[in-house]
Write a protein that binds this ligand. Structure first.
Ligand code: SF4
Length: 459
């Protein structure tokens, strides 16, 4: 979400006549889009701002913008700690980036943080904003902002506000426009995508339409987006296990373009820890729904997030997480050590914080289990033929390209001739490692039709 906000700010500035530049020394404006989900975000921000003071002092007409969720959280503190910052804006007024920048040029530094999103004009959603997409064949599409859940460790509801779904037709229209411009892969974004639309149907009921059922509309959205001509792949992030419904699984199975990949955040395998986290499901319910997903969607890859060392986690709790992880057979996992985020419920559970040495040891033990299953899942694909979309040249070997399978796995494969980013091809999988597969190119199946930005060199 944060990266997509960066694209939107870049799009607005570009529309206002600015150009992206690699060399900071030659820049007129530097935008720092912060994310306080990450650990030590504040240290990094204030450290970076400290080093940027000299840059600003060298030419006071230069401007510094601080945006994102850390700005939303810290508000006036940003300018108190770094008075040389020109603009501070939050998560609810990304669309004001250019205006605030211009305003600060005329009347000095400005901090504008809104407490809530403006629901009525949907100005926050990207269809209303120019976007400078970093990847030409794939596009993020925001379907919802904010979150109504109360996960004890999570700062998102505080910095992104309550859950607001974007109108259904607006999303499908945006996807049609993207597909018409050669975008073939759509990535639907939201904090809790499978509750998408519940607020919209509730609003219709309140407006007097008794025929509307107050249910999420995510399954219908998947089908509608997946049916747009030209769209070959649909992905989404993130669903919440407590809200995963059968209709969503069926929509995934029955819509050809929806990829066979489910990111399904477990967080913990102990019911006591899950309850303390306010996750709203038990380990058994999680596993049952996962089994149903695998039955419904053939060849489904499943990835997850797990937090180790949540306050109060005992060795017995941790062992339950180990067992669930081993049973679930994940294709990949993002493993985190709990760290408190100021302002969250979990941050106040200081008397229950776990011993860091013990947590680090648990982390390593769980990593062994997760890595082992990832390798097993990857090895099981050796000998299969997979569709990939080319993402670029392999970072490790310039003679290899890197592509991504429908299951979201990276495949490195040698080529004698370069293929353009966004090309679809079939590869045979010949080897597997923890984070990637190795393949052999069989045939190109579709060439990209998106327009490519060409780098312009000046003498
Ligand atoms: S559902 Fe996700 S975004 Fe919402 S509070 Fe929980 S972890 Fe945070």
């Amino acid at each position: 979400m944060n990266e997509h906000d960066s694209e939107r700010i870049a799009g607005l500035l570009e529309q206002d006549g600015l150009e992206p530049i690699d060399d900071e020394a030659k820049a007129d404006v530097v935008v720092i889009n912060t994310c306080c989900i990450r650990e030590n975000a504040d240290k990094k921000l204030y450290g970076t701002l400290g080093t940027m003071k000299a840059w600003k002092d060298a030419d006071p007409s230069r401007q510094i913008v601080v945006a994102g969720c850390l700005a939303q959280k810290d508000r006036e503190l940003v300018r108190q700690r770094a008075p040389w910052v020109d603009v501070v804006l939050g998560t609810h007024n990304v669309h004001r980036a250019t205006e605030l920048l211009n305003e600060s040029r005329v009347s000095g530094a400005v901090t504008e943080i809104l407490d809530e999103a403006i629901v009525d004009d949907y100005a926050l959603f990207p269809s209303a904003l120019p976007v400078r997409r970093e990847t030409s064949y794939r596009s993020w599409v925001t379907i919802q902002i904010g979150c109504d859940n109360t996960c004890a460790y999570c700062i998102v509801p505080a910095v992104r506000g309550r859950e607001i779904s974007r109108p259904f037709e607006g999303i499908v229209d945006e996807v049609r426009g993207l597909a018409a411009n050669g975008v073939t892969e759509i990535f639907l974004l939201g904090q809790n995508v499978n509750s998408y639309g519940r607020d919209l149907s509730l609003a219709s009921r309140r407006a007097g339409d008794e025929s509307v059922r107050v249910v999420p509309q995510f399954a219908a959205l998947l089908r509608a987006v997946g049916a747009v001509p030209g769209v070959q792949r649909v992905r989404y992030m993130s669903p919440h296990p407590k809200d995963m419904r059968e209709d969503t699984l069926l929509a995934m199975a029955e819509t050809t373009s929806v990829c066979e990949h489910l990111h399904y955040p477990l967080q913990a395998g102990s019911d006591a820890v899950l309850a303390a986290m306010h996750r709203g499901y038990t380990a058994q319910r999680y596993l049952d729904r996962l089994a149903e997903a695998r039955r419904t969607i053939p060849d489904l890859a499943v990835t997850t997030d797990v937090i180790v060392g949540f306050p109060g986690e005992s060795e017995a709790d941790f062992m339950q997480t180990m067992e669930v992880a081993a049973t679930a057979q994940f294709d990949a996992a993002y493993l985190f050590i709990f760290s408190p985020r100021e302002g969250t419920t979990a941050a106040a559970m200081v008397d229950k914080f776990c011993d860091p040495a013990e947590v680090s040891e648990r982390y390593n033990r769980l990593k062994v289990v997760l890595d082992r299953t990832a390798v097993q899942q990857h090895r099981a694909r050796i000998g299969r033929v997979e569709e990939i979309v080319v993402e670029g040249t392999s970072r490790k070997n310039p003679d290899h390209l890197t592509g991504r399978t429908r299951q979201n796995k990276l495949v490195h494969f040698p080529v004698s001739e370069k293929l353009r980013i966004g090309t679809y091809a079939r590869v045979e999988i010949i080897d597997a490692a923890r984070f990637h597969l190795t393949g052999r190119l069989l045939e190109v199946t579709a060439l990209p039709t998106h327009r490519t930005r060409l780098a312009v060199a000046s003498a």
